[in-house]
Design a protein around this ligand. Structure first.
Ligand SMILES: Nc1ncnc2c1ncn2[C@@H]1O[C@H](COP(=O)(O)OP(=O)(O)OP(=O)(O)O)[C@@H](O)[C@H]1O
Ligand SMILES: [Mg+2]
Length: 459
Protein backbone atom coordinates (compact mmCIF):
# COMPACT_ATOMS: atom_id res chain seq x y z
CA UNK A 1 0.00 0.00 0.00
CA UNK A 2 1.26 3.44 -0.70
CA UNK A 3 -1.13 5.76 1.05
CA UNK A 4 0.77 8.75 2.41
CA UNK A 5 0.13 7.54 5.95
CA UNK A 6 1.66 4.16 5.26
CA UNK A 7 4.65 5.61 3.54
CA UNK A 8 5.12 7.97 6.43
CA UNK A 9 4.88 5.28 9.04
CA UNK A 10 7.45 3.16 7.31
CA UNK A 11 9.82 6.09 6.66
CA UNK A 12 10.00 6.74 10.40
CA UNK A 13 9.90 3.09 11.43
CA UNK A 14 13.15 2.24 9.68
CA UNK A 15 15.03 5.35 10.67
CA UNK A 16 17.69 6.26 13.17
CA UNK A 17 17.36 9.75 14.63
CA UNK A 18 19.99 11.52 16.68
CA UNK A 19 18.88 14.15 19.18
CA UNK A 20 21.67 16.52 20.28
CA UNK A 21 20.40 18.58 23.21
CA UNK A 22 21.86 19.22 26.63
CA UNK A 23 18.44 19.08 28.26
CA UNK A 24 17.62 15.58 29.35
CA UNK A 25 13.93 16.49 29.46
CA UNK A 26 13.98 17.47 25.80
CA UNK A 27 15.88 14.31 24.80
CA UNK A 28 13.44 12.11 26.70
CA UNK A 29 10.38 13.85 25.29
CA UNK A 30 11.63 13.47 21.73
CA UNK A 31 12.73 9.91 22.30
CA UNK A 32 9.25 8.99 23.52
CA UNK A 33 7.60 10.82 20.62
CA UNK A 34 9.67 9.19 17.89
CA UNK A 35 9.89 5.75 19.52
CA UNK A 36 6.09 5.70 19.53
CA UNK A 37 6.29 5.98 15.75
CA UNK A 38 8.83 3.21 15.43
CA UNK A 39 12.05 5.16 15.00
CA UNK A 40 15.26 4.32 16.78
CA UNK A 41 16.37 7.33 18.79
CA UNK A 42 19.91 8.12 19.94
CA UNK A 43 20.67 10.92 22.35
CA UNK A 44 23.70 13.15 22.84
CA UNK A 45 24.08 15.86 25.46
CA UNK A 46 26.85 17.85 23.77
CA UNK A 47 28.17 18.64 20.27
CA UNK A 48 31.20 16.39 20.89
CA UNK A 49 29.02 13.48 21.93
CA UNK A 50 26.76 14.11 18.95
CA UNK A 51 29.61 14.13 16.44
CA UNK A 52 30.97 10.98 18.06
CA UNK A 53 27.64 9.21 17.62
CA UNK A 54 27.46 10.36 13.98
CA UNK A 55 30.88 8.82 13.38
CA UNK A 56 29.79 5.47 14.81
CA UNK A 57 26.16 5.03 13.80
CA UNK A 58 24.28 5.19 10.51
CA UNK A 59 22.07 8.16 11.41
CA UNK A 60 19.27 9.24 9.05
CA UNK A 61 18.43 12.59 10.60
CA UNK A 62 19.67 14.93 13.31
CA UNK A 63 17.61 17.15 15.57
CA UNK A 64 19.89 19.64 17.26
CA UNK A 65 19.65 22.34 19.86
CA UNK A 66 21.37 25.71 19.48
CA UNK A 67 22.76 26.14 23.02
CA UNK A 68 24.37 23.40 25.07
CA UNK A 69 25.06 24.99 28.42
CA UNK A 70 22.57 26.54 30.75
CA UNK A 71 24.36 29.89 30.66
CA UNK A 72 24.95 29.91 26.89
CA UNK A 73 22.42 31.99 25.01
CA UNK A 74 24.14 33.10 21.82
CA UNK A 75 23.47 30.00 19.75
CA UNK A 76 27.11 30.04 18.60
CA UNK A 77 27.75 26.47 19.69
CA UNK A 78 24.74 25.34 17.69
CA UNK A 79 25.95 27.18 14.60
CA UNK A 80 29.40 25.60 14.92
CA UNK A 81 27.89 22.15 15.43
CA UNK A 82 25.66 22.54 12.40
CA UNK A 83 28.60 23.53 10.17
CA UNK A 84 30.68 20.63 11.46
CA UNK A 85 27.85 18.16 10.72
CA UNK A 86 27.49 19.61 7.22
CA UNK A 87 31.22 19.32 6.65
CA UNK A 88 31.39 15.69 7.76
CA UNK A 89 28.01 14.40 6.53
CA UNK A 90 27.05 16.48 3.55
CA UNK A 91 23.53 15.31 2.75
CA UNK A 92 22.34 14.50 6.26
CA UNK A 93 19.10 16.34 7.13
CA UNK A 94 19.44 18.53 10.22
CA UNK A 95 16.46 20.02 12.03
CA UNK A 96 17.29 22.94 14.33
CA UNK A 97 15.33 23.29 17.53
CA UNK A 98 15.66 26.84 18.63
CA UNK A 99 14.34 29.42 21.03
CA UNK A 100 12.15 32.14 19.53
CA UNK A 101 14.97 34.57 20.27
CA UNK A 102 17.23 32.73 17.81
CA UNK A 103 14.89 32.41 14.88
CA UNK A 104 17.05 34.71 12.78
CA UNK A 105 20.13 32.54 13.25
CA UNK A 106 18.06 29.49 12.34
CA UNK A 107 16.78 31.17 9.19
CA UNK A 108 20.37 31.96 8.23
CA UNK A 109 21.34 28.33 8.74
CA UNK A 110 18.40 27.12 6.66
CA UNK A 111 19.75 29.31 3.87
CA UNK A 112 23.15 27.69 4.43
CA UNK A 113 21.61 24.27 3.97
CA UNK A 114 20.02 23.21 7.26
CA UNK A 115 16.98 21.17 6.46
CA UNK A 116 14.49 23.03 8.63
CA UNK A 117 13.97 24.62 12.02
CA UNK A 118 11.30 24.64 14.67
CA UNK A 119 10.86 27.00 17.58
CA UNK A 120 10.82 25.63 21.12
CA UNK A 121 8.41 24.70 22.56
CA UNK A 122 7.69 22.65 19.51
CA UNK A 123 4.44 21.27 18.25
CA UNK A 124 4.63 17.45 18.10
CA UNK A 125 2.51 17.06 14.98
CA UNK A 126 4.48 19.66 13.11
CA UNK A 127 7.80 18.15 14.17
CA UNK A 128 6.65 14.68 13.08
CA UNK A 129 5.56 16.00 9.70
CA UNK A 130 8.82 17.85 9.18
CA UNK A 131 10.90 14.81 10.09
CA UNK A 132 8.83 12.45 7.93
CA UNK A 133 9.05 14.74 4.93
CA UNK A 134 12.81 15.05 5.30
CA UNK A 135 13.22 11.29 5.63
CA UNK A 136 11.10 10.69 2.53
CA UNK A 137 13.18 13.20 0.62
CA UNK A 138 16.41 11.60 1.78
CA UNK A 139 15.11 8.19 0.84
CA UNK A 140 14.18 9.39 -2.65
CA UNK A 141 17.60 10.99 -3.06
CA UNK A 142 19.42 7.86 -1.95
CA UNK A 143 17.40 5.79 -4.38
CA UNK A 144 18.25 8.15 -7.20
CA UNK A 145 21.92 8.04 -6.26
CA UNK A 146 21.81 4.25 -6.18
CA UNK A 147 20.26 4.15 -9.64
CA UNK A 148 22.91 6.53 -10.94
CA UNK A 149 25.64 4.32 -9.53
CA UNK A 150 24.09 1.23 -11.12
CA UNK A 151 23.88 2.96 -14.48
CA UNK A 152 27.43 4.17 -14.18
CA UNK A 153 28.58 0.61 -13.53
CA UNK A 154 26.51 -0.68 -16.45
CA UNK A 155 28.18 1.85 -18.73
CA UNK A 156 31.64 0.91 -17.45
CA UNK A 157 30.97 -2.74 -18.07
CA UNK A 158 29.79 -1.95 -21.61
CA UNK A 159 32.89 0.18 -22.15
CA UNK A 160 35.08 -2.77 -21.10
CA UNK A 161 33.64 -4.91 -23.87
CA UNK A 162 32.92 -2.42 -26.64
CA UNK A 163 34.26 0.76 -28.19
CA UNK A 164 31.91 3.54 -27.10
CA UNK A 165 33.58 6.22 -29.23
CA UNK A 166 33.61 8.80 -26.47
CA UNK A 167 29.83 8.75 -25.98
CA UNK A 168 28.95 10.33 -22.63
CA UNK A 169 25.64 9.56 -20.95
CA UNK A 170 23.98 8.65 -17.69
CA UNK A 171 20.35 8.34 -18.71
CA UNK A 172 18.65 4.98 -18.91
CA UNK A 173 17.41 5.90 -22.40
CA UNK A 174 20.93 6.39 -23.77
CA UNK A 175 22.22 3.31 -22.00
CA UNK A 176 19.57 1.20 -23.71
CA UNK A 177 20.35 2.76 -27.10
CA UNK A 178 24.10 2.33 -26.79
CA UNK A 179 23.71 -1.28 -25.62
CA UNK A 180 21.45 -1.96 -28.59
CA UNK A 181 23.96 -0.33 -30.93
CA UNK A 182 26.74 -2.58 -29.65
CA UNK A 183 24.50 -5.64 -29.96
CA UNK A 184 23.37 -5.01 -33.52
CA UNK A 185 26.83 -3.87 -34.61
CA UNK A 186 28.06 -7.30 -35.72
CA UNK A 187 24.95 -8.13 -37.77
CA UNK A 188 25.07 -7.01 -41.36
CA UNK A 189 21.58 -5.53 -41.49
CA UNK A 190 21.09 -1.84 -42.13
CA UNK A 191 20.36 0.43 -39.17
CA UNK A 192 18.17 3.52 -39.18
CA UNK A 193 18.97 6.16 -36.57
CA UNK A 194 16.36 8.81 -35.93
CA UNK A 195 16.39 11.77 -33.58
CA UNK A 196 16.39 15.55 -33.56
CA UNK A 197 19.25 17.84 -34.61
CA UNK A 198 22.46 17.45 -32.71
CA UNK A 199 21.18 14.62 -30.52
CA UNK A 200 24.07 12.27 -31.27
CA UNK A 201 22.96 10.24 -34.29
CA UNK A 202 26.45 10.28 -35.75
CA UNK A 203 27.96 9.25 -32.42
CA UNK A 204 25.66 6.22 -32.38
CA UNK A 205 26.60 5.42 -35.99
CA UNK A 206 30.29 5.53 -35.01
CA UNK A 207 29.62 3.03 -32.21
CA UNK A 208 27.91 0.62 -34.59
CA UNK A 209 30.75 0.89 -37.10
CA UNK A 210 33.51 0.56 -34.51
CA UNK A 211 32.04 -2.65 -33.10
CA UNK A 212 31.10 -4.24 -36.40
CA UNK A 213 32.94 -6.94 -38.32
CA UNK A 214 33.75 -4.26 -40.88
CA UNK A 215 35.43 -2.07 -38.26
CA UNK A 216 38.75 -2.19 -40.05
CA UNK A 217 37.19 -1.62 -43.47
CA UNK A 218 36.45 1.77 -45.00
CA UNK A 219 33.98 4.04 -43.19
CA UNK A 220 32.50 6.74 -45.36
CA UNK A 221 30.01 9.42 -44.41
CA UNK A 222 27.77 11.26 -46.82
CA UNK A 223 25.57 14.13 -45.74
CA UNK A 224 22.70 14.13 -48.20
CA UNK A 225 21.46 17.40 -46.75
CA UNK A 226 24.64 19.22 -47.72
CA UNK A 227 24.69 18.08 -51.37
CA UNK A 228 22.71 19.63 -54.22
CA UNK A 229 20.02 17.16 -55.36
CA UNK A 230 21.53 16.74 -58.83
CA UNK A 231 24.87 15.63 -57.37
CA UNK A 232 23.59 13.14 -54.82
CA UNK A 233 23.26 10.18 -57.17
CA UNK A 234 26.68 10.81 -58.71
CA UNK A 235 28.17 11.01 -55.24
CA UNK A 236 26.58 7.76 -54.11
CA UNK A 237 26.88 5.63 -57.25
CA UNK A 238 29.69 7.28 -59.22
CA UNK A 239 29.81 8.39 -62.84
CA UNK A 240 31.13 7.02 -66.07
CA UNK A 241 33.26 9.39 -68.15
CA UNK A 242 30.91 11.42 -70.36
CA UNK A 243 27.79 10.55 -68.36
CA UNK A 244 26.93 14.19 -68.63
CA UNK A 245 28.76 17.18 -70.07
CA UNK A 246 32.22 17.35 -68.58
CA UNK A 247 31.75 14.27 -66.37
CA UNK A 248 34.89 12.36 -65.55
CA UNK A 249 34.91 8.79 -64.41
CA UNK A 250 34.34 8.82 -60.71
CA UNK A 251 34.00 6.17 -58.03
CA UNK A 252 30.85 6.57 -55.98
CA UNK A 253 30.62 6.09 -52.23
CA UNK A 254 28.94 2.71 -52.46
CA UNK A 255 31.90 1.46 -54.44
CA UNK A 256 34.49 3.13 -52.23
CA UNK A 257 32.90 1.74 -49.09
CA UNK A 258 32.96 -1.84 -50.39
CA UNK A 259 33.80 -4.17 -47.51
CA UNK A 260 33.08 -1.42 -45.01
CA UNK A 261 30.40 0.92 -43.74
CA UNK A 262 28.51 3.77 -45.35
CA UNK A 263 26.79 6.37 -43.18
CA UNK A 264 24.05 8.25 -45.01
CA UNK A 265 23.09 11.33 -43.04
CA UNK A 266 19.89 13.31 -43.68
CA UNK A 267 18.39 10.42 -45.58
CA UNK A 268 15.08 12.30 -45.91
CA UNK A 269 16.65 14.42 -48.65
CA UNK A 270 17.07 11.58 -51.12
CA UNK A 271 15.20 12.07 -54.42
CA UNK A 272 12.73 9.44 -55.68
CA UNK A 273 15.27 8.24 -58.26
CA UNK A 274 17.94 8.05 -55.57
CA UNK A 275 15.55 6.15 -53.31
CA UNK A 276 14.89 3.59 -56.04
CA UNK A 277 18.62 3.03 -56.54
CA UNK A 278 19.25 2.77 -52.84
CA UNK A 279 16.50 0.19 -52.51
CA UNK A 280 18.06 -1.85 -55.27
CA UNK A 281 21.55 -1.81 -53.83
CA UNK A 282 20.14 -2.85 -50.47
CA UNK A 283 18.18 -5.72 -52.01
CA UNK A 284 20.73 -7.05 -54.48
CA UNK A 285 24.04 -5.38 -53.69
CA UNK A 286 23.99 -4.12 -57.28
CA UNK A 287 24.17 -0.66 -58.77
CA UNK A 288 25.41 1.16 -61.86
CA UNK A 289 27.49 4.25 -62.19
CA UNK A 290 25.63 7.16 -63.81
CA UNK A 291 25.95 6.93 -67.59
CA UNK A 292 26.85 3.23 -67.50
CA UNK A 293 24.80 0.10 -67.84
CA UNK A 294 27.42 -2.17 -66.34
CA UNK A 295 26.09 -3.53 -63.06
CA UNK A 296 28.62 -3.44 -60.25
CA UNK A 297 28.50 -5.24 -56.94
CA UNK A 298 29.30 -3.89 -53.54
CA UNK A 299 29.05 -5.18 -50.00
CA UNK A 300 28.40 -2.30 -47.69
CA UNK A 301 26.94 -2.04 -44.19
CA UNK A 302 24.51 0.84 -44.40
CA UNK A 303 23.72 3.11 -41.48
CA UNK A 304 21.21 5.82 -42.28
CA UNK A 305 20.18 8.77 -40.14
CA UNK A 306 17.46 11.36 -40.33
CA UNK A 307 15.83 14.01 -38.20
CA UNK A 308 12.91 14.17 -40.61
CA UNK A 309 9.61 12.52 -39.82
CA UNK A 310 9.80 9.64 -42.29
CA UNK A 311 6.28 8.49 -41.46
CA UNK A 312 4.92 11.88 -42.52
CA UNK A 313 7.15 11.79 -45.62
CA UNK A 314 5.72 8.35 -46.50
CA UNK A 315 2.14 9.60 -46.04
CA UNK A 316 2.87 12.56 -48.26
CA UNK A 317 4.45 10.35 -50.91
CA UNK A 318 7.95 11.83 -50.53
CA UNK A 319 9.56 8.69 -49.15
CA UNK A 320 9.16 5.12 -50.34
CA UNK A 321 7.54 2.88 -47.82
CA UNK A 322 9.34 -0.22 -49.12
CA UNK A 323 12.70 1.52 -48.67
CA UNK A 324 11.72 2.54 -45.17
CA UNK A 325 10.97 -1.07 -44.23
CA UNK A 326 14.29 -2.18 -45.71
CA UNK A 327 16.12 0.35 -43.59
CA UNK A 328 14.29 0.16 -40.33
CA UNK A 329 14.97 -3.51 -39.56
CA UNK A 330 16.76 -1.95 -36.65
CA UNK A 331 15.66 1.54 -35.71
CA UNK A 332 17.37 3.48 -32.97
CA UNK A 333 15.45 6.57 -31.92
CA UNK A 334 17.41 9.09 -29.85
CA UNK A 335 15.24 11.22 -27.56
CA UNK A 336 15.88 14.97 -27.38
CA UNK A 337 18.32 16.03 -24.67
CA UNK A 338 15.51 17.67 -22.71
CA UNK A 339 13.94 14.23 -22.24
CA UNK A 340 17.12 12.74 -20.79
CA UNK A 341 18.18 15.38 -18.32
CA UNK A 342 20.59 13.05 -16.50
CA UNK A 343 22.89 13.43 -19.49
CA UNK A 344 23.09 17.24 -19.35
CA UNK A 345 25.64 17.73 -16.57
CA UNK A 346 27.94 14.82 -17.50
CA UNK A 347 28.02 16.14 -21.07
CA UNK A 348 28.57 19.72 -19.91
CA UNK A 349 31.53 18.63 -17.75
CA UNK A 350 32.89 16.66 -20.67
CA UNK A 351 32.82 19.73 -22.92
CA UNK A 352 34.47 21.99 -20.32
CA UNK A 353 38.12 22.90 -20.76
CA UNK A 354 40.66 21.33 -18.36
CA UNK A 355 40.70 23.09 -15.03
CA UNK A 356 37.27 24.68 -15.47
CA UNK A 357 34.18 23.88 -13.50
CA UNK A 358 30.54 24.94 -13.35
CA UNK A 359 29.00 26.83 -10.45
CA UNK A 360 25.91 25.31 -8.82
CA UNK A 361 23.75 28.03 -10.41
CA UNK A 362 25.24 27.30 -13.82
CA UNK A 363 24.35 23.64 -13.35
CA UNK A 364 20.78 24.58 -12.45
CA UNK A 365 20.52 26.84 -15.50
CA UNK A 366 21.73 24.03 -17.76
CA UNK A 367 19.18 21.63 -16.27
CA UNK A 368 16.35 24.11 -16.79
CA UNK A 369 17.11 25.02 -20.39
CA UNK A 370 15.00 23.36 -23.12
CA UNK A 371 17.93 22.53 -25.49
CA UNK A 372 16.22 22.78 -28.87
CA UNK A 373 19.65 22.18 -30.45
CA UNK A 374 20.35 19.22 -28.16
CA UNK A 375 23.93 18.07 -27.47
CA UNK A 376 25.43 20.26 -30.18
CA UNK A 377 23.83 23.34 -28.63
CA UNK A 378 25.09 22.29 -25.20
CA UNK A 379 28.62 21.87 -26.57
CA UNK A 380 28.49 25.32 -28.17
CA UNK A 381 27.13 26.97 -25.02
CA UNK A 382 29.93 25.47 -22.91
CA UNK A 383 32.64 26.35 -25.44
CA UNK A 384 31.44 29.93 -25.68
CA UNK A 385 31.27 30.24 -21.89
CA UNK A 386 34.85 28.91 -21.60
CA UNK A 387 36.03 31.49 -24.12
CA UNK A 388 34.18 34.43 -22.65
CA UNK A 389 34.62 33.74 -18.96
CA UNK A 390 38.05 34.40 -17.52
CA UNK A 391 37.45 32.62 -14.22
CA UNK A 392 38.00 28.92 -13.44
CA UNK A 393 34.43 28.58 -12.16
CA UNK A 394 31.86 29.29 -14.84
CA UNK A 395 28.76 31.00 -13.50
CA UNK A 396 25.20 30.98 -14.83
CA UNK A 397 25.69 34.43 -16.39
CA UNK A 398 28.53 33.26 -18.61
CA UNK A 399 26.26 30.60 -20.15
CA UNK A 400 24.06 33.35 -21.50
CA UNK A 401 20.95 31.17 -21.52
CA UNK A 402 17.47 32.66 -21.50
CA UNK A 403 16.24 32.93 -17.89
CA UNK A 404 13.42 30.43 -17.31
CA UNK A 405 10.16 31.64 -15.75
CA UNK A 406 10.70 29.75 -12.51
CA UNK A 407 14.08 31.34 -11.78
CA UNK A 408 13.03 34.98 -12.12
CA UNK A 409 13.64 37.11 -9.04
CA UNK A 410 10.02 37.56 -7.97
CA UNK A 411 9.86 33.78 -7.54
CA UNK A 412 12.70 33.69 -5.07
CA UNK A 413 11.11 33.38 -1.67
CA UNK A 414 12.58 33.49 1.80
CA UNK A 415 12.43 30.15 3.64
CA UNK A 416 9.12 28.93 4.96
CA UNK A 417 8.11 29.95 8.44
CA UNK A 418 4.74 28.62 9.37
CA UNK A 419 4.56 30.66 12.59
CA UNK A 420 5.05 33.96 10.79
CA UNK A 421 2.53 33.06 8.11
CA UNK A 422 -0.09 31.94 10.61
CA UNK A 423 0.37 35.05 12.71
CA UNK A 424 0.12 37.35 9.71
CA UNK A 425 -3.04 35.59 8.58
CA UNK A 426 -4.50 35.93 12.04
CA UNK A 427 -3.65 39.63 12.18
CA UNK A 428 -5.21 40.09 8.75
CA UNK A 429 -8.39 38.31 9.83
CA UNK A 430 -7.74 35.61 7.23
CA UNK A 431 -7.58 38.02 4.30
CA UNK A 432 -4.70 36.69 2.27
CA UNK A 433 -3.91 39.85 0.33
CA UNK A 434 -3.64 41.83 3.55
CA UNK A 435 -1.46 39.20 5.22
CA UNK A 436 0.73 39.15 2.11
CA UNK A 437 1.23 42.92 2.29
CA UNK A 438 2.08 42.54 5.95
CA UNK A 439 4.75 39.94 5.11
CA UNK A 440 6.10 41.89 2.15
CA UNK A 441 5.09 39.13 -0.28
CA UNK A 442 2.92 39.11 -3.36
CA UNK A 443 -0.47 37.49 -2.90
CA UNK A 444 0.56 34.62 -5.21
CA UNK A 445 3.77 34.11 -3.30
CA UNK A 446 1.86 33.83 -0.05
CA UNK A 447 -0.60 31.39 -1.61
CA UNK A 448 2.30 29.24 -2.74
CA UNK A 449 3.83 29.22 0.73
CA UNK A 450 0.52 28.41 2.34
CA UNK A 451 0.14 25.52 -0.05
CA UNK A 452 3.61 24.24 0.78
CA UNK A 453 2.87 24.56 4.47
CA UNK A 454 -0.40 22.73 4.06
CA UNK A 455 -2.39 25.74 5.24
CA UNK A 456 -5.86 26.22 3.83
CA UNK A 457 -5.71 28.55 0.85
CA UNK A 458 -9.45 28.89 0.29
CA UNK A 459 -9.88 31.37 3.16
N1 LIG B 1 26.40 11.17 -25.95
C1 LIG B 1 27.34 12.01 -26.43
N2 LIG B 1 28.55 12.04 -25.86
C2 LIG B 1 29.50 12.89 -26.30
N3 LIG B 1 29.32 13.74 -27.31
C3 LIG B 1 28.13 13.76 -27.93
C4 LIG B 1 27.08 12.88 -27.51
N4 LIG B 1 26.01 13.13 -28.29
C5 LIG B 1 26.38 14.09 -29.15
N5 LIG B 1 27.64 14.49 -28.96
C6 LIG B 1 28.37 15.55 -29.67
O1 LIG B 1 27.41 16.53 -30.04
C7 LIG B 1 27.60 16.95 -31.38
C8 LIG B 1 26.38 16.59 -32.20
O2 LIG B 1 26.25 15.18 -32.27
P1 LIG B 1 25.95 14.43 -33.66
O3 LIG B 1 26.66 15.07 -34.80
O4 LIG B 1 26.18 12.98 -33.45
O5 LIG B 1 24.41 14.73 -33.74
P2 LIG B 1 23.40 14.41 -34.92
O6 LIG B 1 22.20 13.83 -34.28
O7 LIG B 1 24.09 13.59 -35.95
O8 LIG B 1 23.07 15.87 -35.43
P3 LIG B 1 22.44 16.33 -36.88
O9 LIG B 1 21.00 16.00 -36.84
O10 LIG B 1 22.67 17.79 -36.86
O11 LIG B 1 23.20 15.58 -37.92
C9 LIG B 1 28.87 16.27 -31.86
O12 LIG B 1 29.94 17.12 -31.60
C10 LIG B 1 28.97 15.05 -30.96
O13 LIG B 1 30.30 14.65 -30.79
MG1 LIG C 1 24.54 14.25 -37.90
Amino acid sequence: MSTPEHRHQSSLAHSVLLIIDDSEAVRTALEVLFSLHGAQVLGAASPQEGLGALGREAVDLVIQDMNFRREAMSGEEGVALFHEIRRRHEGLPVVLLTAWTHLETAVELVKAGAADYLAKPWDDTRLLTTVRNLLDLRHARNEAAGLRRERHEARESLADRFALCGAIYESAAMHTLVSMATQVAHAEVPVLITGPNGSGKEVLADIIQANSRAASGPYLKVNLGALPQELIEAELFGTEAGAFTGARARVGRFEAADGGTLFLDELGNLSPAGQAKLLRVLQTGEFERLGSNVARRTRVRLIAATNADLHAAIREGRFREDLYYRLNVIELDIPPLARRREDILPLARHFLEEGRELSAEAGQALLQHAWPGNVRELRNVIRRACLLSGTPVIGAQALNLPVPESARPQEQEPPLDRGAVEQALQRAGGIVSRAARDLGLSRQALYRRMEKLGLKTDA
